[in-house]
Design a protein around this ligand. Structure first.
Ligand code: BEZ
Length: 389
């Protein structure tokens, strides 16, 4: 009796295995969200997840005709835990696609694991140049920016404002170093001089000694990279040190994005550049913002947009494979050709799979980063070191 059951079960299993492709297409698509839920970038992780899920909900809960099943890991923005964390999603949960993350150091570990395992990865924030540079791969895409790109966007503009000698200050890790390098590229090309590069380890927020040094150096302006909780503290400390009135503060837009409620009037008037701004006034952006506020009762920000667009990118790839994520070459070809109808404005992907996009100048007015022009149009990351063309 026992062996007859076994035979029957084996036959069923075999039949099931033969039918697997059709079944697999109807099975939920397993999406692994690896984002920070704790630490200085926690709010950024929440906004990315909200944005991703908003797009999925707008599509009736399905992408490529498939229901979505979520798996989550809190990466704590901690590079030393990143490989273990990403392997929980790849090896334990067997996800079809990885969405993550915020921190450049963590994203580089994710990119390595994605490349080694062939798992599809869409990066919804971290700008690590290497991800779409030397680590680029057919299965790795980004919905956000490269660090070089965001820094480069502001250098020329700051010089045109009449600032010749600038001090930079940033966290000492890939995002800080590479953003400052991008800024220097365009600022020095325009004739500017970076008189001092200040830094402190991520995620430290003990800014006092560095602010004293800035006061002593008396540059024409300061350019920064900080984000999340660290950006809130930096802007408040800069104002409290009495520097805001005497030395104009500029930054990659993360300095004032998703932070204005906490920064209050200390952020008023600050100019930054970023690939998104509040109140672009397009029908697409208005619809996104209304839906986001209605769903989450929170103001939308750049992180929400990047999460929303990561879901749009996943949908664009799946549209080219009728929902079959195992057709990797077809998925990649479809996404490479796609035009993403983003709230930020339509964008395409460069050959190294990074958005080619406009960078806006924004100025803080009340609780918004209001658009104040375009710093640079259709800026593409150069993809240095990427051999996939
Ligand atoms: C990064 O680590 O790449 C990053 C973190 C927060 C905002 C922007 C970039």
């Amino acid at each position: 009796m026992k062996s007859m059951f076994k035979l029957h079960a084996t036959a069923l299993l075999t039949a099931g295995a033969l039918a697997l492709p059709a079944f697999a297409q109807q099975a939920p698509l397993k999406v692994g969200l690896m984002l920070p839920a704790t630490g200085t970038f926690a709010a950024l992780g929440t906004a990315i997840e909200n944005g991703f899920k908003l797009y999925v909900t707008e599509q009736g809960g399905k992408l490529g005709g498939r229901d979505i099943q979520y798996f989550k890991v809190d990466d704590e923005s901690e590079p030393s835990k990143a490989t273990d964390n990403v392997n929980k999603l790849i090896k334990r949960d067997n996800v079809d696609v990885l969405i993550g993350t915020v921190h450049s150091g963590v994203a580089m570990a994710m990119a390595k694991a994605a490349k080694d395992s062939g798992t599809l990865l869409i990066v919804p924030n971290a700008g690590a140049d290497a991800v779409t540079g030397p680590m680029c791969a057919p299965n790795i895409f980004r919905s956000s920016f490269s660090n070089w790109q965001q820094g480069y966007a502001m250098g020329d503009w700051v010089h045109k404002r009449g600032h010749k000698n600038v001090v930079t200050i940033a966290w000492k890790y890939a995002a800080g170093d590479e953003t400052i390098a991008g800024f220097k590229d365009s600022f020095q090309k325009a004739g500017g001089k970076v008189v001092k590069e200040l830094s402190l380890p991520f995620p430290n927020v003990e800014f006092q000694a560095l602010l004293t040094e800035i006061a002593a150096l008396k540059p024409d302006a300061v350019y920064t990279f900080f984000a999340g909780g660290g950006a809130v503290k930096f802007v408040k400390d800069y104002a409290a040190a009495g520097l805001k009135k005497s030395i104009p503060l500029y930054g990659a837009g993360f300095l004032t994005d998703g932070t204005l409620e906490a920064q209050g009037t200390d952020a008023e008037g600050i100019h930054t550049t970023l690939h998104y701004a509040d109140g672009l006034g397009t029908a697409r952006d208005n619809a996104f913002r209304v839906a986001y506020v209605r769903t989450y009762r929170l103001p939308p920000d750049v992180y929400a947009v990047q999460g929303y667009d990561a879901a749009q990118m996943l949908a664009a790839g799946l549209a080219g494979t009728k929902g079959d994520i195992s057709r990797k070459a077809d998925f990649s070809a479809a996404l490479r050709k796609a035009k993403i109808d983003s709230p930020r404005g339509t964008f395409t992907l460069s050959k190294n799979h990074n958005p080619v996009q406009d960078f806006y100048v924004r100025q803080v007015v009340g609780k918004e980063n209001k658009p104040a022009g375009v710093a640079i149009k259709a800026l593409a990351d150069p993809g240095r070191g990427c051999s996939m063309q």
